[in-house]
Design a protein around this ligand. Structure first.
Ligand code: EPZ
Length: 423
């Protein structure tokens, strides 16, 4: 059943929004809990489709799970991959994070080779190269990847690209390798730091997380841990841009401004007032928005997960803006949907040129991926009239209580189930 959003734009956003726990920190941390047979408690885990899917996979593998009030209690006394796992794994790429944990805990793992998605081919060659360097035998056959290792041995691994998932997979496997592993050109996202923090609370010794060189002292006994997940910086950034696009002023609570340094800097460059408090951010929409030149990059550069949202915002800024996407090869699919709402955007290769228009026109648009959905929502909030947004299941993957949080700020947004919408 494909739900839709109907958003009546032209209403400013005002008030306070509480940021949820990070999806992209929760997923690897929940996987890391499999590295011990002890019980772990992970708090501030957001209610999202992707989290739900991951928890289903963990219980398919044999973990006992309980999940209430945003807190997951998980214990994997033993792991065994069963048939159902593949069904879940096919629907979510992040399932490939299980490979490192299965290899570390069981000495083997078998998962579907993740397919591509709307934003790119999304290969896992860097994950597999790292696991092979640690001593894993890898076999790919009929779309399945099987890895096995009698023992994992620490070593130096250099990543061709600072892949977030490969960094997470390798760190988790390396915690159970004999000896020291040094990961060079590692991803440095805050979610990597949060994973390392959880692993160290489990008794691992991971140093350098958040920098391009991470060292893991393997072979240490791992036990259960209690951890609270960091706030979702991309959710926070999305609400900041929504407030600027719709007009108004909002306060964000339970946010870490440091994780949004580049986003805050770019908003200020465009003329937006952003004040920082302890765990809080205040955003005041300006009368006029100045154009920007943006190039996405691995952290601490401009986050690719905020690229579509900035395109939606800059589509009604003054002058001409330019955005270059350097991380994914196909992350501009949403542009054609924005153009259906009147945006004036040309794309050539990895760059789009955005000529500011006065305001969006409402239209019926379709979501192609999670952050594209965020961009269309931001555009709809600023459009004069009612926009219909189809395939919002993509948004359910990454934004907890989106319509409640937006309505709480004054947006006119309603979710309609497919059948009802067709009546
Ligand atoms: C994580 O995906 C995030 N997902 C993505 O967020 C985010 O966009 C991405 O990191 C980059 O920041 C989760 O954390 C669950 P990558 P991941 O491996 O790990 C290429 C969202 O909206 N690559 O850093 O899959 C790859 O094709 C999602 O929340 C290889 O070539 O990203 C891409 O071009 C979208 N070989 C680039 O690296 C590999 O083995 C970055 O991918 C792995 C990656």
């Amino acid at each position: 059943m494909e739900d839709k959003y109907f958003i009546e734009g032209g209403h400013s956003l005002n008030g306070t929004v509480v940021v949820s726990g990070s999806k992209n920190a929760s997923l690897p941390i929940l996987v890391a809990s499999l590295l011990t047979s002890d019980r772990s408690v992970v708090s501030r885990v957001p209610y999202l489709a992707d989290v739900d899917n991951m928890l289903k996979m963990l219980s398919e593998i044999g973990a006992q799970i309980s999940y209430q009030d945003h807190q997951v209690i998980v214990q994997a006394r033993e792991l065994q991959a069963r048939g159902q796992l593949f069904q879940f794994a096919k629907t979510m790429r992040a399932s490939f994070l299980l490979m490192g944990a299965l290899l570390a805990r069981n000495g083997s793992g078998c998962l579907p080779l993740p397919g591509g998605c709307a934003i790119g081919a999304r290969p896992v060659n860097l994950h597999l190269k790292g696991l092979a360097r640690l001593g894993a035998e890898i076999e790919i056959d009929k779309g399945m990847v099987a890895v096995s290792a009698k023992r994992l041995r620490g070593c130096e691994i250099c990543l061709d690209f600072p892949s977030v998932g490969a960094t997470e997979n390798i760190i988790m496997a390396a915690t159970c390798a004999q000896g020291i592993t040094t990961l060079v050109n590692a991803a440095a996202e805050p979610e990597i730091v949060d994973l390392a923090c959880f692993l160290n609370q489990m008794g691992a010794r991971v140093t350098g997380a958040g920098s391009p060189v991470v060292q893991i002292e393997g072979g240490r006994p791992l036990h259960g841990a209690v951890h609270s997940v960091i706030p979702d910086r991309i959710e926070a950034g999305t609400y900041m841009l929504a407030a600027v696009a719709a007009g108004g002023q909002i306060k964000l609570k339970q946010v870490i401004p440091e994780h949004l340094r580049v986003v805050i800097d770019k908003l200020r460059e465009a003329g937006v007032d952003v004040d920082e408090g302890t765990g809080e951010l205040f955003v005041q929409a300006p009368r006029d928005l100045s154009p920007l030149i943006i190039a996405t990059a691995p952290h601490p550069g401009f986050p690719t997960d905020m690229q579509p949202q900035f395109t939606a915002l800059l589509a009604t800024a003054g002058g001409t803006s330019r955005i270059t996407e350097t991380v994914f090869e196909n992350r501009f699919l949403y542009v054609q949907e924005l153009c259906r709402m009147g945006a004036c955007i040309e794309s050539s290769g990895d760059t789009i040129i955005i000529r500011g228009i006065k305001s969006f026109k409402p239209a019926q648009v379709k979501v192609t991926d999670l952050r594209a959905g965020a961009a269309l929502t931001i555009a709809a909030l600023g459009a004069w009239g009612e926009t219909e947004i189809d395939c919002i299941y993509h948004l359910d993957r990454g934004y907890e209580d989106l319509e409640d949080k937006l309505s709480g700020l004054g947006a006119r947004i309603r979710r309609v189930a497919e059948q009802a919408a067709n009546l």
